[in-house]
Design a protein around this ligand. Structure first.
Ligand code: ZN
Ligand code: ZN
Length: 195
C-alpha cells in the first residue's frame, strides 16, 4: 500500500533525524531498532524500514511496488538518501554478489585503509581470514586507553579480583583515579569483608 507522504509531520522527521549518527564516510547510521537482517526500523504510520522512509521523504519519491532499495555504500544501517538507489530485485541480488567481489578486492589489497603496507611484520590474520594492521590496532588500543581512565584495572578485572584484599586496596590507592572505578571495586571488597 502506498503511503501518503503529504501527511508526514515535522515532529516525525525530527524524531527520524534524532536517531541517526553521521559517520565520517557520510553514512547516516541508524541508532535505533534494527531488524534481524540489520536494517533500521522506524515507527511512523506503522513500523517501516528507516532507509525506505528516508528515501521516500528526502527524495520526495515513492518506491514502486515492484522495486527495492539498494545500499550503494553496502552499509545496511545507513539511511542517507544519497546512498540509496531504487533497483529491481534482480539487480539487488546481483549487487549482493558484487559485495562478495568487494571482499575479494579488500583481501587482495597490499596495504591497510590508512596506507600501512601489509607484510609479515605488521600484519596478522583473524580467524575469518581478514588481515589486521598492527600499527592501526596499536593506535586503536592507545586511543582506548586514553579514553578509559584506569584501564589497567578495567582490563585485568579477573586478575585484580583474585588478589588478596590488602593488595587490591593498595593498588586502588596507587593507580585508580576514576571515582566510578574506585567505588565499583570498593563495593566488591566490602561485600567480601561482610562474609
Ligand atoms: Zn551509507
Ligand atoms: Zn594500518
Amino acid at each position: 500500500m502506498a503511503r501518503d507522504f503529504s501527511r508526514i509531520q515535522i515532529p516525525q522527521v525530527l524524531r527520524f533525524l534524532s536517531r541517526i549518527k553521521i559517520l565520517q564516510d557520510g553514512c547516516w547510521e541508524w541508532t535505533a531498532t534494527l531488524d534481524t537482517e540489520g536494517y533500521g526500523l522506524f515507527k511512523a504510520q506503522g513500523s517501516q524500514y528507516a532507509h525506505r522512509f528516508s528515501y521516500q521523504f528526502f527524495r520526495n519519491e515513492m518506491i514502486p511496488q515492484d522495486k527495492e532499495i539498494d545500499h550503494l555504500c553496502r552499509n545496511r544501517k545507513c539511511v542517507n538518501p544519497n546512498h540509496l538507489e531504487i533497483v529491481t530485485h534482480r539487480e539487488n541480488c546481483q549487487r549482493g554478489i558484487l559485495g562478495e567481489t568487494t571482499r575479494q578486492r579488500k583481501l587482495s589489497r597490499n596495504c591497510c585503509s590508512k596506507g600501512h603496507p601489509y607484510n609479515s611484520e605488521t600484519t596478522y590474520r583473524t580467524k575469518e581470514g581478514w588481515r589486521v594492521c598492527r600499527i592501526c590496532k596499536q593506535e586503536g588500543q592507545r586511543q582506548w586507553r586514553a579514553r578509559t581512565p584506569n584501564w589497567r584495572l578495567v582490563k585485568n578485572k579477573r586478575k585484580f579480583l583474585a588478589l588478596p584484599i590488602e593488595e587490591r586496596r593498595k593498588l586502588l590507592a596507587e593507580q585508580a583515579s576514576n571515582p566510578d572505578v574506585i567505588a565499583y571495586y570498593e563495593n566488591i571488597i566490602e561485600k567480601e569483608e561482610v562474609k
